[in-house]
Write a protein that binds this ligand. Structure first.
Ligand SMILES: Cc1cc2nc3c(=O)[nH]c(=O)nc-3n(C[C@H](O)[C@H](O)[C@H](O)COP(=O)(O)OP(=O)(O)OC[C@H]3O[C@@H](n4cnc5c(N)ncnc54)[C@H](O)[C@@H]3O)c2cc1C
Length: 463
């Protein structure tokens, strides 16, 4: 049975919202526009109002008003997601969490932190550094996203191969449910068998089951040494075989990223680099000085066995940054391939044993495209992306790219993988979710209906 989609205009609750939020309520057109899109290709659809709460109780009061009056609620982190999760498809109230940016506790001995949902990952890492804690927060999507948004999308990034995703790194949450009730899930204990695992139901729920207002995350010791390396290969197969052997050898690589030759060419031009125009692996190793040297040398030997003989590495920070420049600039280099391009970003993930086959198949699929389409990704997890720099004013091009996107999803699912490794479902992958899980999506809808019978929480997304 479909979820309800009849909602009231925000007008019915505006007087109450004004009383509660005063000048932290905005009806300004520019502000509304800015809250009606993320960085994806999806068209902007602004909410009818935006509020900036400071604490959980204020979020709860606003959500209760929306619940009692059937007004949609769209949580907003920093708007860096790529599947249209914040697009207000049914209008309603955007709850912008950026003013909830207090770090509530850093527990050095336990290596965890409790933060309000609007704290960003750079902010937390800066605080860990300036406080001389010797700890780092490791989940690193490319953007400076909010921890609430990262939990909501079950985000990950290049260091997931060593440290895990937001799923593994979220210990506890404070949630405002669709009826305005506040609950706490999980604890600061490292493990628990206490009842249903609600924390991990809400991690990845993309604002459809409630608003995350506080997040407790794991931290890790800052590595004594870091080495970075890059190595060009003469083929994707050789590059991926090197990755597989490095993982099988148990080398605890901290990051392992593969860029195809199309992207290497794009970043060479964008960043004035002269990397060899072949598939290239970017590595990072963390540990003690001796351990890092040992890991790097072992990886170098394995790379050489697979034809990667031009392995360069460094421990000095400036040199490390120079080696990784191409990876850092990847997204902007793709966008610079065409004037006024909109990024059509795809993200699939497959078992690593299927990585070479799928990466090559992805390249074959996009080689037919009338626009450039680099393939690259966090290959230690089997996760890779294609970014199409799309002409936003050309519907034929959108249709063409949508066709390739579908082929990439079909391929990943046929290989036993998933339609998204880290970007989430949003509005962009709802069909793909059904394709991946079939009637399990009905179970997701039952959960949604139980927690949000009026479908006010981010309607039109995920399920
Ligand atoms: C250059 C670039 C590189 C990127 N690389 C990666 C990557 O490597 N890995 C990766 O995972 N992602 C990546 N992303 C995508 C993005 O950064 C992540 O999806 C991030 O987790 C989004 O966080 P946000 O705070 O911007 O959330 P938003 O975009 O504001 O929101 C995303 C979704 O979460 C919901 N939401 C936000 N806050 C809350 C909350 N407090 N409670 C409940 N729901 C909430 C929203 O309603 C929406 O559905 C990249 C983005 C860019 C621009």
């Amino acid at each position: 049975m479909d979820l309800p989609t009849e909602f009231n205009s925000i007008d019915v609750i505006l007087p109450d919202l004004t009383r509660l939020f005063g000048n932290r309520l905005s009806l300004d057109t520019e502000v509304l526009e800015a809250h009606g899109h993320d960085v994806s290709r999806h068209d902007t659809q602004p909410p009818q109002a935006v509020i900036y709460p400071l604490q959980t109780e204020e979020v709860a009061a606003a959500v209760k008003l929306c619940h009692d009056n059937r007004v949609p609620v769209i949580p907003f982190g920093t708007g860096t997601a790529v599947e249209g999760g914040v697009v207000a498809v049914h209008g309603g109230l955007s709850i912008d969490l950026t003013h909830m940016n207090q770090i509530l506790a850093i527990n050095v001995t336990d290596a965890d932190a409790v933060v309000q949902a609007g704290v960003t990952r750079y902010q937390l890492n800066d605080a860990l550094q300036t406080g001389n804690t010797g700890l780092i927060f490791t989940v690193n999507p490319g953007a400076d996203a909010s921890l609430g948004g990262m939990a909501a999308t079950r985000a990950s990034g290049s260091s997931t191969v060593k440290y895990g995703t937001m799923r593994e790194n979220t210990l506890a949450l404070t949630m405002v449910l669709a009826n305005g009730e506040i609950i706490r899930t999980g604890s600061r204990a490292r493990k628990s068998s206490a009842g249903y695992d609600l924390t991990h139901l809400f991690v990845g729920s993309e604002g459809t089951l409630g608003v995350i207002t506080e997040v407790t995350v794991k931290l890790y010791p800052e590595p004594a040494q870091i080495s970075s390396a890059i190595c060009p290969f003469d083929s994707i197969e050789n590059a991926v075989n090197a990755v597989l052997e490095i993982l099988a050898a148990g080398i605890p690589v901290a990051r392992i990223e593969l860029l195809d030759e199309v992207l290497i060419d794009a970043v060479n031009r964008y960043s004035g680099l002269d990397n060899q125009l072949t598939p290239t692996i970017f590595f990072e190793f963390h540990g003690s000085q001796d351990h890092v040297t040992e890991q790097t040398q072992l990886a170098k030997q394995i790379a050489a066995k697979h034809g990667g003989s031009a392995f360069q590495w460094a421990v000095d920070q400036q040199q490390r940054e120079r080696l990784w420049q191409a990876r850092y600039d990847s997204f902007h280099a793709v966008m610079a391939l065409r004037e006024n391009a909109a990024g059509y970003v795809t993200d699939v993930c497959v078992p690593v044993s299927k990585l070479a086959q799928c990466f090559l198949e992805a390249k074959r699929i996009v080689s037919e495209a009338s626009l450039p389409a680099p393939v690259f990704g966090h290959v230690g997890d089997g996760n890779f992306h294609v970014v199409f720099p799309l002409d936003p004013d050309n519907p034929a091009e959108l249709e063409e790219v949508t066709g390739y996107h579908q082929q990439l999803i079909d391929m990943a699912l046929a290989a036993g993988g998933t339609c998204t490794g880290e970007h989430g479902i949003g509005i962009g992958k709802r069909k793909a979710l059904r394709q991946e899980f079939d009637n399990a999506v009905d179970t997701m809808q039952q959960i949604k209906r139980a927690l949000d019978p009026h479908n006010i929480m981010n309607p039109g997304k995920v399920v």
